[in-house]
Design a protein around this ligand. Sequence first.
Ligand code: FAD
Length: 397
Amino acid sequence: MQGSLRVAIVGGGIGGLTAALALRAGGLDVIVFEQAEILREIGAGVSIHPNAARLLKRIGLDDQLRKIGSPIGGITLRTSQGDAITTPEGPATPAFSRDSQGYNVHRADFLNLLFTALPEGTVNLGHRCIGLKKDDNKVRLSFANGSSVDADIVIGADGIHSVIQREIGLESRPASEGTMAYRGLVPAERLAWADELKDPALWLGSGRSFLLYPVAGGRLINMVAFVPTDTDSEESWSAPGDVKALATEYEGWDKPVVDVINSLEETFRWGIYDRAPLPYWSTARVTLMGDAAHPMVPHLGQGAGQSIEDAITLGVLLEGCAAADIADRLRLYETLRLARTSRIQAFARAAGKLYRSEHDDPLEKAGQLSEWMAQGKWLFEHDAEKAARDALAMSGH
Ligand code: FAD
């Protein structure tokens, strides 16, 4: 790839690896630096809704995604006692998109899919970035292992505690939503009714919500149980939780909820935080993406999806970019993505509030949710690739 711009991506999570694929497809010379020494299986289920799935199809990952994913039709809403929440129009099972299929996947399966789609040597493990230095012509990244590397463009895909964010003069503080989630996976064979669980199911109770969906081709059932907290729970994906404490939170709830909790061998605590939208993401040669740019609470399942939209946008905007145009292209990326992700951050907060609200009337919640989903065209039917191509054409490039 002689002569093409060199892009260094810091962080080999869903955002960083997808960006590497999208930028390579656009002819750039891409290298990823990931702090982990080995790729380990961490995390549980993650949603790839139609707005992200349609982009993965364009970079040739459709078949693999279908193999590892459980298709999402709509979402079934129930009260804590298991009554289906119906609206005058019928059951409240809002579909996500009319023209594209979304999937729930196991995070480790999905990361593996992205990793293996990249040529060997693209991802450098054991590289924890500790700083960057810029001059007019390049950016130098330095790593805790003593090495350093030069690049024309640096993308910070290094998650919620982003070093790159700090290095470009930003500071964002975690804001708690006042909730924490217990997460866990149960082998489907332990649940007599698991075969019937095709679409995600969400039980809504006062102050709590309980989400189940299949992953790993239906072999595992993913659980996320949101409960109120007034303590500062860790902003961690992997802090061990107490199954007994979880059981107490959901005592007397619908049978599948209790069955899942009784079948868990372990659970993890996840403090639910986001951060206010940042004032900017980019400098002349450095930008941010994914959770480093716009962490959000998980109630719309858009954390991964928005990082995929960022990745594809960068792929379009940096394709064929001349060195002199880097700053303009990164500015265009920020303009396109900052407004949309800020709106989704706010929407995700509002969705969580509604799920947990103390409304006595579940119909009212269902009505509101159905209305949101009907309006959700802007969320699920957005085509980030097209938006980027249109913006590029409009900008005269
Ligand atoms: P991340 O997925 O956080 O990836 C960032 C990557 O950067 C990580 O691999 C990290 O090791 C690496 N990194 C960080 N700092 C440095 C550094 N200084 N140098 C080099 N590398 C660095 N979302 C859900 O909705 N549900 C879940 O169950 C869920 N589980 C998760 C479990 C884990 C372990 C993690 C990390 C994230 C999880 N998420 C989950 C979040 C979800 O994956 C993200 O919201 C989304 O995929 C966007 O990811 P990202 O690539 O921007 O950041």
